[in-house]
Design a protein around this ligand. Structure first.
Ligand code: AMP
Length: 629
């Protein structure tokens, strides 16, 4: 397949702000992709070449890309040009265009070639790797048409701007491969394309009418739908049932994405309509899955009203979330970002091997710093120091010992447990763990239906130096990747926001060459919306992470993520999350989120969170509403 057909879709998706139109373009394209190209295409549509589960990053900075553009086009002043366009992709397109007028012949590039070359970038390491990487990119750019060059550069930089996020891809897979549903679909009377229902045909602007199909299933309730086999249209009695059917399709795909973190795998299964079967095969120890997340409650009363009564109250330990996998003799540890941190925690691997009596499981846990002499919890920063440490890990495990707190189990001896009620999962968990007070424990728990008892437990938790409590439903399943109300957290501290850095400014005076003021954003489905700037709470320079976060250290971390530069301002690929405190949330037309923070200040760097884990706009709105009350 030619890369230009992919570019065509990028342009169409980017060219419309309407979600249904984006879905229509993606679905029509995906539907036609031959099976052997599907893996590559769905990943490239998301602007990557690696499924999330592989944890690899393309990892090429703008500087190296500039070098590659120079190699391919012969122009030297790439960075000057980039400053005027503010977009390295556009710079590449324009320079390739000028160059093209001088060369008549170039080979057409294919999806396979782009995919292969970009993939190699992540695999190259060591001396000379930089030059080889530049050559791989230059090789693509030399054959590329201007628009192709633009998207190649954007993909390598991790700055697609097409907005084909996971939610959109999920819906596109349903529209591409599942039967269309009455009330939600329509067929164009001119070009005959069946598509999501909008005012006019997305593809030819023709008049749209009732959806057409050859293999039709008629249902009166959602439950009647048991087998979609080779149907291409489902007729429902009303829009409500149509939506229910559609939701079961999207939920299956979302669940599979959350569990397997492998878009190509899910796309292949969607094409064969066998996602359900995939879900039934269950979890595989060694392959990380997205974690269940928790909502926030303001009070114990509210907590009970969300999760129901009786509920399990647990201490909320202030440490690092860890997913622990064992498959035979192999134990692996993953963070909530699904990064493999096994090498950093040999002590945890040892205690798990010793104290958990099975060879096949997936556990959910929090690890906390633990001062063995004083018998109390150590600050959160100590552990983040260990996560980032790649050498001397054995020394660190002595200096910063950790305590493993287990609170859930998702798989045991080949059996997937996520659909079991929490009370049963906790029982299974306790049946395989031998507790050692200074090394491994179960989350301290109280099951109660009385608010007074829960309040007393909350005070006990705070007295023991924990952050607060979690209140969990005893009957709920484990839902990977979702912030559903199956558990809530209650903590006394002022609400903070986890916001992602999307921009910054080069400093002046003593901060020259350092990024100083950071523009931060919250998340709204597939977009990041700015919420303000923060420059308070940072140190100038620090020797190690326990002293806090410095401008110097953060600058080093952000430099490879710079995607545009204009004057002193830089745009940054969303990846680094800051936890911020503030005096107040205000309405503001100056920022895309519609809100601004008064007096924001840094609390800490959330190294454990991905950009997608930052606070959603709905949460900012909720805090704003609560503040008014
Ligand atoms: P937050 O990071 O503020 O959204 O709070 C949720 C986090 O609390 C989880 O992701 C865990 O890392 C942590 N945590 C601490 N203790 C528990 C517990 N008993 N159950 C679940 N999560 C816990």
């Amino acid at each position: 397949m030619r890369y230009s057909s992919l570019v065509d879709v990028y342009e169409k998706v980017e060219g419309t702000p309407k979600r249904l139109e984006k879905i229509a373009h993606l679905a029509r394209f995906i539907e036609e992709i031959p099976a052997d190209e599907l893996d590559k295409v769905v990943l490239l549509l998301q602007g990557t070449v690696f499924p999330t589960a592989e944890e690899k990053k393309i990892g090429v900075a703008a500087k190296l890309l500039s070098k590659a553009i120079a190699l391919a086009t012969g122009y030297k002043e790439i960075e000057d040009h980039w400053r005027t366009t503010g977009d390295l992709g556009k710079t590449a397109a324009e320079l390739v265009k000028t160059k093209k007028q001088q060369t008549l012949f170039a080979q057409r590039i294919t999806v396979a070639k782009v995919f292969a070359n970009i993939k190699k970038l992540a695999e190259l390491e060591g001396e000379g790797a930089v030059d080889v990487k530049a050559q791989y990119i230059a090789e693509l750019l030399t054959s590329a048409e201007p628009k192709e060059a633009q998207y190649i550069v954007r993909t390598v930089l991790g700055d697609m701007r097409v907005g084909a996020g996971e939610g959109l891809m999920r819906d596109a897979l349903v529209w591409a491969y599942y039967p269309k549903i009455s009330y939600l679909a329509s067929t164009c009377t001119r070009c005959n394309a069946t598509q999501p229902k909008t005012n006019a045909c997305v593809f030819c602007r023709g008049v749209v009418a009732q959806p057409q199909g050859k293999r039709i299933i008629n249902i009166t309730t959602q439950q009647e739908l048991t087998d979609i086999a080779d149907a291409d249209l489902i007729i429902t009695p009303n829009e409500h049932i149509a939506r229910e059917v559609y939701n079961t399709f999207t939920q299956d795909i979302q669940e599979a994405l959350d569990i397997f973190n492998d878009l190509p795998l899910v796309a292949r299964r969607a094409k064969m309509r066998s996602v359900r079967k995939l879900l039934d095969t269950g979890l595989i120890p060694g392959k990380p899955l997205k974690l269940m997340l928790f909502q926030k409650a303001q009070s114990i009363k509210e907590a009970f009203s969300i999760v129901g009564k009786p509920a399990a109250c647990e201490f909320k330990y202030d440490g690092f979330r860890l997913q622990i996998h064992r498959n035979g003799d192999c134990i692996k540890l993953f963070t909530r970002k699904l990064d493999d941190v096994t090498p950093q925690f040999p002590d945890v691997v040892e205690v798990i091997g010793k104290c958990v009596s099975s060879h096949d499981y997936i556990l959910d846990a929090e690890i906390v710093g633990f001062d063995t002499s004083q018998q109390h919890f150590a600050p959160f920063q100590d552990i983040s120091q260990r996560i980032q440490r790649k050498y001397d890990v054995h020394l660190m495990s002595k200096d910063v010992p950790v305590l493993v707190i287990l609170f859930d189990i998702l798989e045991l001896n080949g059996r997937t447990l996520i659909r079991l009620p929490f009370a049963e999962r906790r029982q299974l968990l306790s049946s395989i763990v031998k507790i050692e007070d200074a090394a491994i424990r179960l989350a301290h728990q109280l099951v109660t239906d009385k608010e007074d008892d829960a309040a007393e437990f909350y005070n006990l938790a705070l007295g023991r130096g924990t952050e607060g409590i979690m209140v969990k439903s005893l009957t709920a399943p484990y839902q990977p990747g979702a912030r559903v109300g199956y558990g809530v957290k209650i903590k006394p501290t002022m609400d903070t926001l986890d916001l992602v850095i999307v921009g910054a400014e080069w400093g002046e005076g003593k901060r020259v060459n350092m990024l100083s003021s950071f523009t931060v954003a919250c998340r709204d489905v597939d977009k990041y919306l700015e919420l303000g700037k923060v420059g308070t709470g940072f140190k100038e320079i620090t020797k190690n992470i326990t002293e806090g976060v410095s401008f110097a250290a953060l600058t080093e971390q952000l430099k490879p993520l710079i995607i545009r530069e204009k004057g002193r301002r830089v745009a940054i690929n969303p990846a680094v999350v800051l936890e911020l405190a503030y005096e107040e949330i205000q309405r503001s037309p100056s920022y895309a989120s519609g809100f601004a923070l008064r007096f924001p200040r840094l609390v800490r760097l959330r190294t454990d969170k991905n950009a997608e884990d930052c606070s959603p706009l709905s949460y900012v709105q909720k805090l704003f509403d609560e503040q008014k009350r």
